[in-house]
Design a protein around this ligand. Structure first.
Ligand code: FAD
Length: 335
């Protein structure tokens, strides 16, 4: 059995590992033009926090993706590899002065180990007239550590990694893959001509502030998330913007909003500023497709469009994508 995986971000590498797990002995090859620091996955804060707007094909499947993903990340957290893979447990607050729904999350309230309404006293922990708040414990997956760890695992299992830009699926018909899994993130917009997939631009600052151990969210995309190497300050969400340059106005706004929330950040040195384009799609696409080129068929399973929640949900959609691979191979598939 031979599988091709397009993409080496968090979705591609996690799918590659899942294929190896479910098809021991299969030949799995990852093809991608960008790796590690050049992917969108690399700069994400990596907090496990799916939005209530995160949507799969139906509610049952969406919830299963999220639960499977949490269980997968948490299982690694419980091993001695956790710090190498960049996975840790973390707790924090989400505050709002706007509306109670901002601080409520029905996708995780029964999934994470601690999820509770903030007390009156906790609402005064940060400056601001906070009316609503939630405290919860979740996971943090730092892709700066996870991606290299996962590439190594994949290669140790016999997987092959190739640097290559794929301009059309037709190119792959000569490769003799039984199935190709498409995990190209925003690249799928061009590869699949999928106009439903749009960039949702985000900008963050990575700062040196080792005294911050708790995450904080405020209104208007303001967040402070401690990681292994730095604290991530954010952010913004700009739909349909392809601007990969750091915007000084966004930098100033992020810094000012985060310092208002946690004044001790005023003395935190900026290590790096970063911009990423989240692959936003109203419904994340995990689907089978059979493509025919000059009477040659290519079986594809798509796994893209995770928006701002790809780190959170990659293992869940990968398990589902590999189930679709199995159906495609079994002959039960209509494809
Ligand atoms: C500022 C910011 C903060 C974020 N914070 C979080 C967070 O806290 N939690 C969370 O869950 N998510 C977060 N995200 C979202 C997360 O980063 C994305 O959902 C995730 O990285 C998407 O992963 P991916 O593997 O689909 O895409 P990518 O990481 O973009 O990888 C795509 C891969 O496909 C390859 N590729 C594309 N086209 C081709 C082609 N034609 N040929 C060959 N290879 C190709 C690329 O080279 C790359 O290897 C954040 C995003 C941003 C921008």
């Amino acid at each position: 059995m031979s599988f091709g995986v397009l993409g080496a971000g968090v979705v591609g590498i996690t799918t590659g590992l899942e294929l190896q797990k479910q098809f021991p002995g299969a030949k799995v090859t990852i093809l991608a033009d960008k790796f590690d620091k050049d992917t969108t996955s690399d700069g994400a804060a990596g907090l496990f926090r799916p939005s209530t707007s995160f949507t799969g094909p139906n509610e049952f499947v969406t919830r299963k993706w999220i639960k499977d993903a949490y269980d997968h990340w948490d299982a690694i957290r419980c091993t001695s590899d956790a710090p190498l893979a960049g996975i840790a447990q973390i707790s924090g607050y989400i505050f709002s002065s706007e509306h109670p729904h901002v601080v409520q999350n029905s996708r995780i309230d029964k999934l994470v180990p601690i999820y509770k309404r903030a007390t009156e006293k906790e609402l005064t922990l940060c400056p601001g007239n906070w009316k609503y708040g939630t405290f919860f414990t979740t996971l943090m997956i730092e892709c700066g550590l996870y991606l290299p760890w996962a590439y190594q695992q994949f290669q140790n299992n016999g997987g092959k990694i190739m640097k290559r830009k794929v301009n059309s699926f037709q190119e792959l018909t000569s490769e003799n893959f039984d199935v190709v899994v498409n995990c190209t993130g925003l690249g799928a917009r061009y590869l699949c001509n999928d106009t439903q997939l749009v960039p949702l631009r985000g900008q963050v600052q990575k700062v040196h502030a080792p005294w911050i151990k708790t995450f904080f969210f405020g209104d208007y995309d303001t967040y402070i998330i401690p990681g292994f190497k730095a604290v991530t300050l954010g952010g913004c969400r700009q739909l349909d913007s392809y601007n990969l340059n750091v915007c000084p106005y966004d930098s100033a706004s992020i810094r000012s909003r985060c310092e208002s929330l946690l004044p001790s950040l005023k003395s935190a040195k900026t290590i790096r500023e970063w911009v990423g384009l989240r692959p936003h799609r109203a419904v994340v696409r995990v689907e089978k497709e059979k493509l025919i080129y000059n009477e040659k068929a290519l079986k594809v399973v798509h796994n893209y469009g995770h928006g701002g929640f790809g780190v959170t949900t990659a293992p869940g959609t990968s398990i589902y994508a590999v189930q679709l691979v199995r159906e495609t191979l079994s002959g039960n598939s209509k494809l």
